[in-house]
Design a protein around this ligand. Structure first.
Ligand SMILES: Nc1ncnc2c1ncn2[C@@H]1O[C@H](COP(=O)(O)OP(=O)(O)OP(=O)(O)O)[C@@H](O)[C@H]1O
Length: 707
């Protein structure tokens, strides 16, 4: 296909965007308005105009989106598109870190993932606990030897686990602080206000975490971005090198970028043509720090920026868009959006209410079956969920009814415990200083506990290489001989990742089977074939490990065959870009949209509105919304800033927007009184603590969380 054919496929607004001469452009693209098509056309247009493909960098949020864009450009331009780069923010930054290691003074680092971080925080908490216990004992000792003894009932000193957030929460807090570029104190205030009294302890743990990362040459996800962002902002040599290879930067899903990502994009302004595409109404990652302002203030932040809008929707019928538009219209935020359906009219959405989740699941299954019996394939149907957990009832109903389905949005394949066990064995062979991988690997074996593993690892850290560690293992540990032999073999074999997986699997299988005996080992074992398929795509073991630590692929992404006829069960956060003929939004009940936990914050409620909007706009022909336990519902109220906070988005949907007469009925079983269910935790007001707002890191040296 020629570029002219491709451009002819676009509507005038899309064409204007794809062929713009503006130095910087923001394309505000409504749901289903052809965002991907426009980015593909933009890249193809630039290449056709003579821009070398390798001067164009496309940045997306998922590896899947990146490879889809490249494949589509290649299908239009063939070899002319060779060298076009599309990657996630993290992979883009990692390639810069790898290319200019001297600039960052980062020879030989290891990327650690969330699980590794959680493990580190666990260990650090334990260390702090130990220290406090020792201090308390020393104090008690002092008192008992003192001259005056007062017989007072002393209050028990709270333990660290009582006063500190859980390791997972600490990881999220740490990451939030870095991604939003706010101080730890502010992040704590926003994310975990109940833990503010433990600020000093939290700070100590975080400092310990950073010291340990440095010592062990670990980089976490946020380091990867922050190193590159800070150095690009301060090292002109680096900026020149990077921008001479990146004359055009195309950014997808701009609404999901956060302040750290903005910091990364900033130095490109003026040196690179920026072409950013996004939809503010689909911004649903605020909880991870995504910042609306990256879109709303684009024009002020980027000189001479041209802002274009795409609002002709190709996906859905007008009735589906009418309901989606209504939902946005009710917001006090101005999304300046009114989607119009290119396809014209169709059928109105329906809203069904049920007494409980079992009836709701039964309805969905029977509705699916009816449609299938009438000739609709399973893959025309998508069931949208709030969270993986909230889908359990529907999932078991699908299983019981023998309906084939794929689940997207659950645990990622490379995050599953048994897979990480195997990867830990491979990781130590890539880098023998990888303490976390050693601990995971060693504690897999019978007879090796945390303490024993810790001792061995401390010794490994003083040794010159992997072979020396293997010798120590052989002499001093309970790791069985075959596993030690396997490690030796793996040490020599770094360029055949799929073979390495076989060797590691053979060495570990008996022990893993034992460890996962009661946890569905047979289905877990099948995952290793999938891992091999992934590994085959990589030239070295190190490459494979790094790629999938950065962006763990989901189980279904690997196992799904294109010709499988399956219903899609998906979390809304995974459903961006997805579309199906028939979509079910499950459990759109009171307390779910907006979620009850969000109901005392205007910003969070608005994000919830956008979650529901993303879900609605996935449907092409039919939108079926189901809910439970509808008895009474609270109406809107007003927050401190006189903004309306809605307590239930669907409390008064105009009946003419729906096909059925929903009639608010109460349902027999499980009656609930909504008023009793509102927790309304007293979150403190959000504001900046200027005392803590250090902003003196212009030298690019320090890529750490601010205290
Ligand atoms: N100009 C066009 N002519 C015909 N179909 C189009 C055109 N532009 C987009 N489409 C179709 O509209 C649908 C939505 O496009 P696309 O997936 O690119 O939208 P999107 O803006 O990325 O959507 P969302 O942000 O909601 O995921 C696709 O099926 C696409 O082929």
């Amino acid at each position: 296909m020629t570029i002219n054919n491709l451009l002819e496929e676009l509507n005038p607004a899309q064409r204007k965007a794809a062929t713009t001469d503006a130095q910087n452009t923001l394309v505000l693209a409504g749901a289903g308005s052809g965002k991907t098509k426009t980015i593909v056309a933009r890249a193809a247009y630039l290449i056709d105009k003579g821009v070398p493909a390798n001067e164009i960098q496309i940045v997306t949020f998922t590896r899947r989106a990146a490879s889809e864009i490249v494949t589509r450009v290649e299908s239009h331009l063939g070899t002319q598109a060779e060298g076009l780069r599309a990657s996630t923010f993290h992979t883009f930054c990692l390639s810069i870190l790898r290319r200019y290691p001297k600039v960052f003074d980062l020879k030989g680092f290891n990327v650690i993932d969330r699980d590794d971080q959680i493990m580190m925080f666990k260990l650090l908490r334990a260390k702090l606990e130990d220290k406090r216990a020792k201090e308390a004992a020393a104090k008690a000792n002092q008192t008992s030897t003192g001259k005056t003894v007062t017989f007072q009932r002393s209050k028990a000193v709270p333990t660290i686990s009582e006063i500190l957030p859980k390791p997972k929460e600490l990881v999220d807090l740490y990451s939030y602080s870095r991604n939003t570029q706010i101080s730890l104190k502010d992040a704590l205030y926003k994310q975990l206000p109940d833990f503010q009294p433990a600020y000093e302890e939290i700070k100590a743990v975080m400092k310990g975490y950073e010291a340990q990362k440095q010592e062990r040459h670990y980089l976490d996800y946020d380091d990867i971005l922050e190193y590159v962002a800070r150095y690009l902002n301060s090292d002109d040599w680096l900026l020149e090198r990077v921008t001479e290879n990146t004359k055009y930067l195309l950014v997808d899903e701009m609404q999901d970028t956060n302040p750290l990502q903005w910091l990364l994009l900033q130095p490109f302004i003026g040196r690179t043509q920026l072409f950013c595409v996004g939809d503010d109404a689909q911004s649903i990652y605020g909880f991870r720090g995504a910042d609306f302002e990256n879109i709303h203030s684009f024009k002020e932040r980027v000189p001479d920026a041209e802002v274009l809008t795409l609002d002709l929707n190709y996906r859905s019928t007008q009735e589906i868009l009418d309901l989606s538009n209504w939902l946005l219209d009710r917001s006090e935020l101005d999304y300046k959006k009114r989607l119009t359906a290119h396809r014209g009219e169709g059928s109105k959405p329906v809203l069904h209410s049920f007494g409980n989740e079992f009836d709701e699941a039964r309805f969905i299954v029977s509705d699916l079956k009816k449609r299938y019996d009438k000739g609709a394939p399973w893959h025309h149907h998508m069931i949208l969920l709030r969270s993986a957990f909230s889908g359990r009832q529907v999932e078991s109903a699908l299983i019981a009814a023998n309906i084939p389905y794929v689940f997207i949005g659950g645990t990622k394949l490379l995050e599953a415990a048994h897979v990480k066990d195997l990867i830990s064995m491979l990781r130590v062979t890539v880098n023998y200083l990888d303490e976390l991988a050693w601990i995971r690997f060693l504690t897999l074996w019978d007879g090796i506990g945390d303490a024993g593993a810790g001792k061995l690892v401390n010794e490994f850290l003083t040794l010159p290489d992997l072979n020396a560690c293997i010798e120590v293992l052989d002499k001093k540990s309970k790791v069985p001989k075959p596993a030690i032999e396997a490690l030796k073999e793996l040490a020599k074999l770094q360029e055949l990742p799929e073979k390495s997986i076989d060797i590691a699997f053979d060495a570990l299988t008996d022990q893993l089977q034992k460890n996962y005996e009661k946890k569905d080992w047979d289905s877990r074992a099948r995952d290793f074939d999938l891992i091999k398929q992934l590994a085959m795509r990589h030239g070295t073991l190190a490459d494979f490990i790094e790629a999938y630590i950065l962006d763990p692929i989901s189980h279904s992404e690997v196992s799904k065959q294109d010709n499988d006829d399956l219903v899609t069960l998906i979390t809304i956060h995974s459903a961006k870009g997805a579309e199906r003929e028939v979509c079910y939004i499950v459990n759109a009940s009171v307390g779910q949209y907006p979620h009850i936990r969000a109901q005392d914050s205007f910003e969070e409620v608005e994000e919830e509105r956008r979650v529901l909007y993303v879900a609605m706009t996935r449907a092409k022909d039919e939108l079926i919304i189901t809910r439970q336990n509808l008895n009474t519902w609270a109406t809107s109220r007003v927050d401190g800033k006189n903004r309306t906070i809605e307590s239930y988005f669907l409390s008064d949907v105009p009946t003419d927007l729906l096909a059925n007469d929903i009639g608010f009925r109460s349902f027999g079983r499980q009656r609930s009184n909504f008023a009793e269910h509102q927790p309304l935790r007293n979150k403190p007001k959000i504001g900046i603590d200027f005392d803590d707002d250090l902003d003196d890191r212009s030298d690019g040296e320090n890529s750490e969380v601010r205290f």
